[in-house]
Design a protein around this ligand. Structure first.
Ligand code: 13P
Ligand code: SF4
Length: 435
């Protein structure tokens, strides 16, 4: 099975018309390299699943990388990346998320889900630089958890996350103030505070700091249930942001009735709720979602079951609740990987998560039939922004070449200590809540 880059490349080769006819993509722009979207006057997520979302004005933008990296062939980039890696040795660690394209993942010293990558950021104190092939909030987390003298580099600053951008500090603070007006701040007879903020890892460092300052905790999709249990021991209810689906799916599986999970729309007074429904709530869900996972539907699952009787359907918990309910299983990217790795008999798997990861699993486990539930090739548009050209650019700047002196840290992600100190409190709680 082809990786996303080679699948997309097929789309652009006229001689591969027959193959291209079978591969539908969500954007013709996917045949273009990510630097075609750099340096624009408006911030944009790029082609892929969040291309219809509007990036906030403050979203970091990536300037044009030098032409030599844009024009280099795959073979040249490969040789240059490997030479820089060799030169830097133990001074460098490259972390890669499962959703990165194969052409990037192959250089990673460690590939994992967001929980594992947060752990990995702490585990190489000897490395001078951590190059994070993932998205902005993951690089911020790596910066906060790694040593103070280690530099974290995000090869393309435009690699953000549209879901993370759906909650900002001002809106969350406004929500918090309104909730305090309804619930007060006094604990109940069991010592449980009225409401605890719980944030999904997919948010800014500033929101992680907010959570840390208010007795809350960060979760990832792999430990969300453990984190909610932790929270309910200490609070009467939870404000969960930014992903409504992860919050709803996790709380529902724990037995929380849907009526006790009102949604908070930051554009409406009281989030669009009345005071009583908030008083009766157990989990207040922020109005956020992932544009990749919202593409999966119950229809796709029904079609997979009709075409492949006995198919095992596994989806990520960022999918909407009806999709998770219709699937056989749901879990984080690492859960999906382990479930497929553990299958002893040849099995048909229909997977509801990002296409790069699904295609890689299909290539790794040829004894199984593995396909993405969504028939349209539509990657995460921000993960897509990382490409070997950017990796070669940041690595050579630090390693040095015949023409570059080296020692230059490009695209450093650095969270100020005033934010990192409270955010670390919430992150350390997350790391202690093992999946
Ligand atoms: P996990 O790697 O934690 O499963 O999260 C998936 C994701 O969407 C990362 O943004
Ligand atoms: Fe964000 Fe969704 Fe992409 Fe994950 S897959 S980085 S949640 S947009």
């Amino acid at each position: 099975m082809a990786s996303i880059s080679s699948t997309i490349e097929l789309l652009s080769r006229p001689e591969a018309e027959a193959a291209a006819a079978q591969v539908r993509s969500c954007s013709p722009d996917l045949v273009k390299a990510p630097w075609n979207f750099d340096g624009g006057s408006l911030p944009a997520y790029g082609p892929g699943a969040s291309m219809a979302d509007t990036a906030p004005a403050a979203t970091p933008r990536q300037g044009q990388i030098p032409e030599e990296y844009r024009l280099a062939s795959d073979e040249e980039l490969d040789a240059r990346i490997l030479a820089a890696k060799e030169k830097l040795g133990e001074k460098l660690v490259i972390l890669g998320h499962f959703y990165q394209r194969d052409e990037v993942v192959k250089y990673a010293d460690f590939v994992g889900d967001s929980f594992q990558l947060a752990q990995a950021a702490k585990e190489k104190p000897e490395a001078e630089v951590i190059v994070f092939c993932g998205v902005h909030f993951m690089a911020e987390t790596a910066d906060m958890l790694s040593g103070g003298d280690q530099a974290v580099i995000l090869p393309n600053l435009a690699a953000g996350c549209s879901m993370a951008d759906m909650a900002d500090s001002d809106s969350v603070q406004a929500c918090w103030d309104q909730l305090a007006g309804i619930f007060g701040t006094e604990p109940d007879a069991d010592g449980r505070i009225p409401v605890m903020p719980v944030t999904y890892m997919n948010c800014s460092a500033a929101l992680k700091a907010f959570v840390g300052e208010h007795g809350g905790i960060v979760c990832t999709s792999s430990n969300a249930a453990t984190v909610l249990e932790w929270a309910f021991q200490r609070a009467q209810r939870v404000l969960f942001f930014p992903d409504q689906h992860l919050g709803r799916n996790t709380a529902k599986a724990m037995g929380v009735p849907l009526e006790q999970m009102p949604m908070w729309n930051p554009r409406k007074p009281l989030g669009g709720n009345d005071g009583q429904s908030l008083l009766d709530s157990k989990v207040i869900l922020w109005h956020g979602f992932c544009s990749v996972h919202k593409r999966f539907t119950v229809d796709q699952i029904e079609q997979a079951r009709a075409e492949y009787p006995g198919v095992r359907v596994i989806v990520h918990p960022e999918c909407p609740m009806p999709v998770v309910d219709a699937a056989d299983e749901s879990g984080s990217t690492d859960y999906i990987r382990k479930a497929i790795a553990a299958a002893e008999e040849p099995t048909v798997f229909a997977v509801g998560t990002e296409i790069n990861m699904v295609n890689r699993l299909a290539a790794e486990y040829p004894q199984h039939t593995i396909f993405c539930l969504d028939p349209v090739v539509c990657p995460c548009s921000t993960m897509y922004r990382i490409h070997p050209g950017y990796l070669a650019w940041v690595l050579e700047a630090y390693a040095g070449t015949a023409t570059l002196p080296g020692g230059e840290i490009l695209n450093r992600i650095s969270v100020p200590e005033s934010v990192a100190v409270p955010a670390r409190v919430a992150l350390e709680r997350m790391l202690a809540a093992r999946p």
